[in-house]
Design a protein around this ligand. Sequence first.
Ligand code: GLA
Length: 725
Amino acid sequence: MIRHDPRSRTFQLEGQGFSYLLGVSPRKDLHHLHWGVPLSPKAKRALLSDWEKRALEDEHHISREFQRREFPDFGHNDLRTPAFLLEHTDGTRVSEFLYDSFKVLPGKPDFGPGPASRSKTGDQAQTLKIVLVDQLQKLELDLYYTFYPSYGLLVRRTILRNQGRKPVDILKLASASLDLPPGPWNLVRFPGKWAGERQMKDGPLQEGTVRLESRRGISSHEMNPFAMVTRGETSEEKGEVFALAPVTSGNWLIEAELFRDRSLRMTVGLNDFGFKWRLEPGKAFVTPESLLAYSGDGFSNLSLRLHRFVKDRVLGGHWQKRPRPMLINNWEATYFKFDQEKLLKIAKAGKDAGLELFVLDDGWFGKRNDDTTSLGDWTVDRRKLPEGLGGLSERIHGMGLKFGLWIEPEMVSPKSLLYKKHPDWCLHAPGRVRRGSRSQLVLDMGRPEVRDHLFKVLTAALEEAKVDYVKWDMNRSLSEVHSAALPPDRQSEVYFRYVMGVYDLMDRLNRRFPRVLFEGCSGGGARFDLGVLNYHPQIWTSDNTDGLDRLKIQYATSFAYPPLVMGAHVSSVPNHFTHRSLPLKWRALVAMSGNFGVEADLTKWSKKDLKELAGYISLYREIRPLVQFGDFYRLESPFAGPRASWLFVSPERSQALLFIFQTEPWKRGTKVPPVRLRGLAPLRHYSIEGAGKFKGDRLMEVGFLPAPFRSPSQKFICGLYHLKG
Ligand code: GLA
């Protein structure tokens, strides 16, 4: 519910579990009054009267730094982190946007190209548009708040409109800024690296500014575009959590400035690093949206709401609500070394084990026998596949499997026909070395002719292959970010034009192949973000398929993203990345905790292992709806050890799946604690095969300790328990 109270000059967004309050000061500055726990009438009155007093204080005497501001400028006397920075033609960077008007719109307006969460009738979503105006420069700033009461979250974005006669340069424009009250504040972030994405780190914020960001043109391995701040003690079940996520796959920024009074200012949105956008008269600049979520009762509640929102309103298209096929991918099985015969053997072994989709990974096109050539030449290598993609696909389909193909559209190898023909189509700075990474250069996706070409050649390949699935890879960060198609004063726009160009191509291919399942990928999980998920309803989580490392990666990823979107594969041992050999059961249970697949040369597996694998595959087929569309609860963290566990609960709470992984022995003398479950119906009785019948409240309050886990000296044992109520 969005309410405007003209008497107190406030706007109130009230939903289940949180409220958000804004006020217009007597001098028409927009103030942030509250985001968090729903306020009682008494608490609201107290807050408003305190604010009225502060808002009336003389600004010439008292700095605006004493105010909590909703979309702060820089250049007057609030010198904290600004939400925006503009450079006017007279060289000044001082702006003054004052409140002008507001509108409440039903649902969510269409903001044009780029990713956007959807709204459906039944959500009771509403959008508050607040208009701020800079009279001197004739600029309008529209702040949009789309409020989803049923998900308890908020989506914000900003539009700057130039209604004057002169251009203005945008140096920074966030989607949202927040002034939170004095702490203590704690920041939770998700840093990582290739094959070690989204490791969870947290620590208290100290005075100063923390920038979480990507300057790589992709959302990055190094830091995931999602962060939380917590106030006081917080656990899965208790405490206040505020989550922020910029919805973009390009350069993003989350800033957290703890001020001298320990109040916290946060901004979220596009990265201002190296960014400048020339906004001509009559034009508008629309920022990407950002997601804001609050939980007054711990991480679990926050993740549940985010997961539901991602599944219902971020993902879209044919596959949104459909169980995802169990795939077999040939990458770890063959790398670049394969021919049709080899692929068919792997596919056949996959089919025999019960898998549903065969994915041909890198190496099928041009002359690509290693990673130094042929990106950009999307025609089949007939030396490896003499019957072409069509022939191979026909045989795979003939086996009763679906067929999928790997592509990496945004790249060009210097050793390629495409590069020979269009050497200026890649990002490059005039007169400078074009630095490869994995021997490849990045195409200038901001250019329409580059996208048109890619659309044409990829459409031809995907049509020939009659694909059911596409893995869209992106294996390097952007460098020498300069476009041969733009004038010198527009070069700081290249990063943003790049990512918008990528979205445009994704969108066109989605429309052209509406029933094809697209999976995002970027050297594993370097583009795991809410922007991509709008186009690709699942993402390859990490190139690291080791069952122990994956526990942490998948656990931490689950804070923002549901297991449905996390590609998780069983691979051979010793693991290609860690050289570790974990039991097949362990590897299978980890993969079954996400979007299950296999990535191994099954023709080399023993009969015994194949039989065991087939058992897991048939079990996953049975539990797939629950894993992919149920509610996910983290129970015990693999970062804390020595035992990790999680639970999937069906929407009507009649069934649940408990996964337990014992990663280390307990310390000598420890009394092994039971695993406490959550999310069950307290009064329902659940039967667990081989263990008995238990009441929901007992499982949640006392817990459950299956027999194999009772000995403290066990290591690398795992179990999956199906609770049926
Ligand atoms: C990336 C992907 C892998 C694989 C290779 C192919 O690293 O993450 O899964 O597709 O590229 O080159």
